[in-house]
Design a protein around this ligand. Structure first.
Ligand code: NAD
Length: 458
């Protein structure tokens, strides 16, 4: 079987890859299962050394890897470079924190007392890492790096839209010294992911849409499998009347349109205090009009094509639905004719929560701006969603920000910033944004199970 990879900027075939099927998935699972105990028995130092080497290879080959990413997902080349560069502090975090996170902890006794109690951290075993295309290095690395360091074998299913990067990840890990059976890439679409879930894996770590996340929860139902789902968002930002309008508009426009709006934590809804609404909208539209759309291989391009062609229809439908219900288009509004998956950066006002654009994940360069009268209304609207990934507020007043953010149901909250991920903080969601977490020390422990030791001196 063959997987065809198309360049989203041109619609042309970019590459083909041999893909997996149910039989090869099973064979790969059996290889990983056989290899995992020996991998878990290696010294942590050996596993850390391999990731240090992986980091060095990544740095040395960053330019070529960025080009591969841009070719298959259409990410503007400057942003592909940023993704690779941004992976380094995450790797450093895992390198620095893993030994501490995996240490054996004595929690009582030990000093001549007859009973000693300890907690150790055991790897889960063989895990399935089913991943998304929008930040394949980030969302993949958040899982496979700590999972491997903790002694798990990883069956990595990159998105079919980022499969070339998936192959590169495997190649680099092997070159860095990770055994070929401790990390295995599975190439193909949802059917290959589904075949992987039919294997008796010990953990499922998924990043993707809520629709697929629900299918995955269904597929493992009734099995004693650790399940993590990192899903989408409808991330709101609230701009207060005392905010720095120009700064907030520039920061939020970037948070909404970076990666052509295809980030799980892209700003997807903006609520602005009515006293500054018109001025904020002018500044925001000005910032959006300045974004340079064009060839993603060009250094100066900011807006690229959508990675997936079917998403064009989703955006068209959201804009159409909004306009039908009374919204006004202040910028963009339609797909760009010609080859490739292009959509104009689009700003809508006079939007309401009756419109899909304010309720359903857009995952593209379209945003709605809505006027609110006070903090209470902003909080109510921010929480009027099935999702809860990130939310933010712009105001110089920290106390006010903390009061608002403490009332928002969301995995991450931002004051005067947005669209931000830190390796030191847990990345998690509320509601349809998922269950479980990656990053932070808890995101290392997530790939282990605690073992309780009751030790009585005989
Ligand atoms: P998707 O759900 O279409 O696909 C994700 C992965 O699941 C792919 O590898 C796909 O092949 C696989 N898959 C599809 N059907 C399957 C099935 N039945 N069984 C097993 N595997 C299956 O998502 P996508 O388009 O790749 O990614 C975009 C979505 O991911 C957005 O909703 C975005 O918000 C979300 N996302 C979330 C985070 C986060 O950290 N919360 C990060 C990045 C992306």
């Amino acid at each position: 079987m063959t997987l065809k990879i198309f360049n989203p900027a041109t619609g042309k075939l970019a590459a083909t890859l041999p893909s997996d099927d149910a039989r090869s998935v099973k064979a790969k699972y059996l290889r990983a299962r056989a290899a995992q105990p020996a991998w878990a028995r290696t010294r942590l130092k050996q596993r850390l050394d391999a990731i240090v080497k992986f980091r060095a290879l990544l740095v040395a080959q960053a330019e070529r890897l960025a080009t591969v990413l841009t070719t298959e997902v259409g990410k503007p080349i400057a942003q592909s470079r940023n993704e690779l560069k941004g992976l380094l502090p995450r790797i450093d975090f895992f390198l620095e924190e893993t030994a501490h996170a995996l240490r054996i902890r004595r929690v009582s006794g030990g000093r001549g007392e007859p009973m000693e109690e300890r907690i150790s951290r055991e790897p889960l075993g063989v895990i399935a890492n089913i991943s998304a295309w929008n930040y394949p290095w980030f969302v993949g690395g958040n899982v496979f790096i700590p999972a491997l360091l903790a002694g798990n074998a990883v069956l990595y299913k990159p998105s079919e839209f980022a499969a070339l990067t998936g192959v590169e990840i495997a190649r680099l890990l092997y070159e860095a010294g990770i055994p070929q059976d401790a990390f295995i890439a599975l190439i193909g679409g949802g059917d290959v992911g589904a075949a992987l879930l039919r294997q008796p894996v010990d953990g499922v770590f998924f990043t993707g849409s809520v629709g697929t996340g629900k299918k995955i929860a269904e597929a493992v139902r009734g099995r004693m499998v650790k399940l993590q789902l990192e899903l989408g968002g409808k991330d709101p930002i609230y701009v207060c009347e005392d905010a720095d309008i120009a700064g907030a508009a520039a920061g939020i426009a970037d948070g909404a349109f970076y990666n052509t709006g295809q980030s799980c934590c892209s700003v997807e809804r903006v609520y602005v205090n009515e006293r500054i609404f018109e001025r904020f909208v002018d500044a925001f539209v000005g910032a959006v009009r300045n974004f340079r759309r064009g060839d993603p291989a060009d250094e100066s391009t900011y807006i690229g094509p959508l990675t997936r062609a079917p998403q064009l229809k989703v955006l068209e439908a959201q804009v159409k639905d909004a306009v039908k219900k009374g919204a006004r288009i202040l910028a963009g509004g339609k797909r760009v004719k010609g080859p490739g998956n292009w959509f104009e950066p689009t700003v809508l006002v006079d939007v309401t929560h009756d419109m899909a654009v304010m309720r359903e994940e857009t995952f593209g360069p379209v945003i709605g701006l809505m006027s609110v009268k006070d903090d209470a209304e902003a909080v109510r609207l921010m929480n009027d969603t099935s999702y809860g990934l990130t939310a933010g507020i712009y105001t110089p007043d920290r106390l006010r920000a903390e009061k608002v953010l403490s009332q928002v149901h969301s995995g991450s909250v931002y004051w005067n910033c947005c669209d931000r991920v830190s390796p030191r903080l847990p990345w998690s969601g509320v509601g349809d944004s998922g269950i479980g977490l990656t990053l932070s020390t808890e995101g290392i422990e997530a790939f282990t199970r605690p073992k309780a030791w009751h030790l009585r001196a005989g």
